[in-house]
Design a protein around this ligand. Structure first.
Ligand code: ADP
Ligand code: MG
Length: 247
């Protein structure tokens, strides 16, 4: 079988130092196959964002194994980690972090510009194509701060896809949106998953949205307390063996 897109073994995260040290993640084991569309749920403070930040290589684990797209991250130096993050992982946050005075197109092209060092026509062509995919073909030249909240989040999704990541990490991607926009943005993530085969790990507080994922992973106090295939996810049979194979 192909490498999973993500494999965690005994992943731990501690904050603080010496006598103030405390552990937030107590040994996380998780395996995410290619093309999975999974929700990460759990109470506030349970460690969801901490876990996403470790997987997204924004922070280093205190212990355990973190393998992304076949790469054993403990063996990589900072340069290699930065490259792996840029090329294989896309991020969507609750707040879109767009550059307000840049156009939609410039925001989407930004990861390509960072990777390649100088702008070229192909970059903007790619940005335009991605904006079309998220339903904003006619907003290419609009400044980010002139777009609605839902549109800004769509631009952020297009930007997350710029480098064709294997895995997209989304931390409360609809947390800032009204119900209607949240539904639309969520449907868009699902469409990207189906059309491009991109894997998703989505933190959400909204049970309604979690139930539209193929798999629901629940974190409580820094431990996975349940991990199950969600048979009711609309129009799709559950991902085979995803829950059972988590060792
Ligand atoms: P969630 O996203 O599930 O709400 P978090 O991962 O943000 O939870 O936080 C889990 C715990 O880790 C909380 O107790 C939080 O205060 C603590 N924590 C998160 N980030 C840091 C940090 N950078 N330094 C110290 N403690 C942190
Ligand atoms: Mg959080």
């Amino acid at each position: 079988m192909a490498d999973p897109v993500l494999h965690l073994e005994g992943l731990r995260k501690r904050y603080g130092s010496a006598d103030t040290e405390y552990e937030v993640l107590h040994g996380i084991d998780l395996r995410l196959e290619r093309g999975e569309f999974a929700a990460l749920i759990g109470p506030s403070g349970s460690g969801k964002s901490t876990l996403l930040n470790l997987i997204g290589l924004l922070d280093r684990p205190s212990a355990g194994r973190l393998v992304i797209d076949g790469a054993e991250t403990a063996t990589l130096d900072d340069t290699a980690l930065t490259r792996l993050r840029g090329e294989r992982i896309g991020f969507v946050f609750q707040h879109h972090h767009l550059i307000p005075a840049f156009t939609a197109e410039e925001n989407v092209a930004m990861p390509l510009l960072i990777a390649r060092g100088r702008p070229d026509a192909a970059m903007f062509e790619r940005a335009g194509e991605l904006l079309g995919r998220v339903g904003l073909a006619d907003r290419r030249r609009q400044l980010a701060n002139r777009l609605s909240g839902g549109q800004q989040q769509r631009v952020a999704i297009a930007r997350a896809l710029a480098m064709s990541p294997a895995l997209v990490l989304a931390d409360e991607p609809t947390g800032n949106l009204d119900t209607h926009s949240a539904d639309e943005v969520f449907a868009l993530l699902r469409e990207v998953n189906r059309q491009l085969g991109t894997s998703f790990l989505i933190v959400t507080h909204d049970p309604r949205l979690a139930h539209r994922c193929d798999r629901i992973i629940e974190l409580v106090d820094g431990r996975i307390v349940s991990d199950r295939a969600n048979e009711v996810a609309a129009g799709r049979s559950p991902v085979q063996g995803s829950a059972e194979e988590t060792e």
